[in-house]
Design a binder for this molecule. Structure first.
Ligand SMILES: Cc1ncc(COP(=O)(O)O)c(C=O)c1O
Length: 449
């Protein structure tokens, strides 16, 4: 039975940042305040996180919300850009690997955790990225963190894009106190930081850190410009290619290929979780010495269990597909979906951010509105991830739609129609008091809970 509910002001305000640094002597009890706020949002069904998928992460899926509401419909919330997670050959490779090696690698790569499959994967990835050395990591996060922590030392310096992913920021913090953040994508800002560092220190290393595709904004740096600056100030360039490697560019090498910068990046970070159908990641460097050094000094590979045989097999097959004619066809399908989604949303009057990539960020604005729209979207069978402050600036809440090669025109039209339906709801942004009393939001899922 449908029932009307009001959404409380508490559930529509506040952010994760409010609870990041709780005070008090009791480490555990001081987490209560966050939980109370989360519970309020959960009970009001405006907590769109930690959903549980109960079908493959395909173009259409079934899921349960964190409050056990059933969701079912078109899926723009999974990251499987090349639609390889359900590819028969990838699934079969994982099954065969389990048959041959069992389910577990049972050791770190530094000890006995490698398998013939992970060795083959290193070789295959090396060919993919132009003959460079490859070090595998259990996750993409571990690769980003471990590359920086493994190579940078306390006297060295890091110049990092202000919007760099958490793994890069945490790796930097673990490595040195000398971290400078440059303005997002701003070469002038990078240059002035490098200049200042080199005026004072000509003896220690500098690492410039960026991403090839920033996932909250879908935008990319001028990699050639960064390379030139690195050369001028004797710095190294690290590019995290988590979101475009495998799925963008004629040969699947993303911005490194589009900007002719495959050789220009000193350190490449890859994640398998977006386009290669598995957990895992890698660091690619140009010398065997640097790769061997990472194997023993990069904590997240040295002291962490290696990828499982099934994961290595899935990624190995994914790389084969990505490098094949089928891969090209999938990338073309993906690009055509991306362009259609961006065009349809823009034509419907919405602000689509960034450039064409598998991530299509759609601006919503204030946090309360985003939460209400997200709730409504799931209720009508349109699954998409809400991104709110502090992941993006205050007042710049957005949906981060993630496109797959296997989305159909109909899927795209369905999500755009869902947007139209939910975004056009009567609501005055910023007027929370009114919103709380006026937003008689139908709890369409209350009977399913
Ligand atoms: C730029 C970047 N690096 C690394 C990661 C972490 O990758 P994984 O989720 O495979 O651990 C992500 C994940 O979203 C990312 O966006």
């Amino acid at each position: 039975m449908r029932k009307n509910t009001f959404i409380s002001k508490e559930a529509l305000t506040g952010s994760l940042k409010d609870y990041r640094v709780p005070n008090g002597i009791d480490l555990i009890a001081r987490t209560d305040a966050f939980y109370d706020w989360q519970q309020e949002r959960r009970q009001q069904t405006v907590w769109p996180y930690a959903r549980t998928i109960s079908s493959p992460p395909a173009a259409n899926c079934e899921a349960l919300s964190d409050a056990n509401e059933r969701l079912s419909g078109v899926n723009f919330g999974s990251q499987d850009y090349m639609s390889l997670a359900s590819h028969p050959k990838v699934k079969q490779a994982a099954v065969d690997a389990i048959g041959k090696f069992g389910v577990h690698s049972a050791g770190s790569a530094a000890l006995l955790g490698n398998t013939a499959l992970s060795r083959e994967l290193e070789q295959s990835l090396s060919e993919f990225v132009g003959g460079r050395e490859i070090v595998l990591y259990p996750t993409g996060w571990a690769a980003g963190y471990g590359a920086i922590q493994g190579l940078v030392r306390p006297k060295d310096h890091i110049v990092m894009d202000i919007l760099s992913h958490s793994c890069l920021q945490e790796g930097a913090k673990a490595a040195t106190g000398n971290i400078q953040f440059n303005r997002h994508l701003d070469l002038r800002s990078v240059k002035s930081k490098l200049q200042r560092i080199r005026q004072q220190d000509s003896k220690n290393a500098i690492l410039v850190v960026t991403e090839s595709l920033f996932s909250m904004h879908s935008n990319t740096p001028d990699l050639k410009g960064l390379r030139e600056l690195c050369d001028r100030y004797s710095a190294m360039l690290l590019v995290d290619c988590a979101h475009d490697l495998g799925c963008m560019g004629e040969n699947g090498l993303g911005q490194l290929e589009t900007q002719d910068m495959l050789d220009g990046a000193d350190i490449i970070i890859g994640s398998f979780s977006k386009s290669f159908a598995s957990n895992g990641g890698f660091v690619s460097v140009k010398t065997r010495a640097a790769a061997e050094y990472l194997r023993y000094y990069s904590a997240t590979t040295t002291f962490s269990n290696a990828m499982s045989p099934a994961q290595a097999a899935a990624v190995l097959t994914a790389v084969e597909i990505i490098r094949s004619q089928e891969g090209k066809t999938l990338r073309r399908a993906l690009l055509s979906n991306i362009l259609k989604l961006r065009t349809d949303l823009s034509r419907a009057g919405y602000e689509v951010l960034g450039v064409a990539s598998p991530i299509v960020p759609v601006h919503v604005g204030d946090e309360a509105r985003g939460r209400i729209i997200s709730k409504e979207m799931s209720a009508i069978g349109a699954i998409a991830n809400l991104v709110e402050y502090p992941a993006v600036p205050l007042g710049q809440t957005r949906f981060r739609l993630q496109v797959m090669a296997q989305h159909t025109d109909r899927d795209i039209e369905t999500i755009v129609t869902a947007f139209r339906t939910c975004m056009d709801m009567t609501y005055t942004p910023g007027d929370l008091k009114q919103a709380a009393s006026r937003m008689k939001v139908e709890n369409r899922r209350s009977s399913a809970a």
